[in-house]
Design a protein around this ligand. Sequence first.
Ligand SMILES: Cc1cc2nc3c(=O)[nH]c(=O)nc-3n(C[C@H](O)[C@H](O)[C@H](O)COP(=O)(O)O)c2cc1C
Length: 207
Amino acid sequence: MDDQRLSMPIGEAMFTQRAIRRFRPDPIPMEDIRLILEAASKAPNGGNQQIARFLVVTDRAQIREFGRLYHQAWWAKRRDEHGWKGPEDIPAENRNYRSAMLLADEMGDAPCVIFALAMPPGAPYSVLPAVQNLMLAARALGIGSVPTTLHPEVMDRFNAMFGIPEVVSFHFCIPLGYPRGSFGPTSRRPTSETTYLDRWDAPVPWT
Ligand SMILES: Cc1cc2nc3c(=O)[nH]c(=O)nc-3n(C[C@H](O)[C@H](O)[C@H](O)COP(=O)(O)O)c2cc1C
């Protein structure tokens, strides 16, 4: 496996990674998809039981059909959370939701979608580190991604669409593609607010 191709310094990959939701249509070479999945497979997982499974979809017609399900799922989540029914309900200043809404419109155009799934018992803890490895490896290859979820309302149709057995758990839907447009840095709370030393609420020395 040509892991030397993931030569972006790890700090650069982590510090420049962010939710990419607008993609160019260019396909991702299958050897890059493989490298990304090889990186995912190296992640820690409970008892090394390796329950994570990945379903890679590059078929245009399937992605387009899935895009319709994703759109429905996204709006079902907004309806449950906020009672929002359409774009006019989303506050204009809420850029994160506005950008996520555009992804709901454009998911069907993504060049590749990877579903992170798991065999029983399906614990998410054994899948999440692999998903982060996957997205960092993609970042190192200049490929953008974002972890997204679905909604119970679409799960039966989702499983039927891809022939996924009922015992398999769904964790993430990750569209991948070369970023369209520019993207700036992430905005996060300072670690001095989110981190304690030795005891809950005790400050770290860099406060
Ligand atoms: C558990 C989880 C669920 C998420 N679900 C969605 C989603 O359904 N749709 C979406 O567009 N982004 C989703 N995201 C992406 C987050 O919105 C994104 O990571 C966050 O806003 C930070 O973005 P940034 O790294 O660009 O600052 C999800 C992220 C996580 C970790």
